[in-house]
Design a protein around this ligand. Structure first.
Ligand code: ASC
Length: 150
């Protein structure tokens, strides 16, 4: 009984802590989910990136909030790359499923760099933000070069 209760609590904690365990009713839902998560991530990252390059005026509060949202969003898309989602409305390359360790490394790298950007943005130091934006951009590009068509 105790073991069962423990397992139930552990399972529910795991669900709360790990959006990667998300389930989808249909492959199309998983594709839509990952695209939308990536879109929200990109919009928030792009806002900070635009400030870092001087294209938009620097607003420390907006940068910090946007970077935090982007960092959170960066945890979500990967659950959507489940089996049988390599066809349909997607530019995902087969390499995602052929080289899952490499894909995991690439997605982990983006999450790690996004966390650093969120931390940098909290300091309000534009030079630290610029450095972190460049590292995030590099991780986006590396993943796209290896795993996205076009
Ligand atoms: C963005 C965006 C990407 C990356 C990439 C960085 O804002 O949409 O895909 O940055 O361009 O090289």
């Amino acid at each position: 009984m105790k073991i069962f209760a423990c397992a139930a609590v552990a399972a529910s904690l795991l669900t709360l802590a790990a959006p990667a365990s998300a389930q989808f009713a249909k492959p199309e839902d998983a594709i839509k989910y990952r695209k939308n998560a990536l879109f929200v991530m990109q919009q928030n990252f792009g806002r900070v990136s635009s400030m870092a390059s001087g294209r938009t005026p620097f607003d420390a509060k907006v940068a910090a909030e946007s970077a935090e949202t982007a960092a959170y969003m960066s945890k979500l898309p990967w659950a959507g790359f489940m089996a049988d989602t390599d066809k349909g409305e997607t530019r995902a390359k087969p390499e995602i499923w052929k080289e899952p360790v490499k894909f995991k490394e690439a997605s982990d790298k983006t999450q790690a760099e996004m966390s650093k950007l969120a931390a940098a943005s909290k300091t309000g130091n534009i030079d630290q933000i610029k450095t972190a934006v460049a590292a995030v951009g590099g991780s986006c590009k590396a993943c796209h070069d290896a795993f996205r068509k076009e």
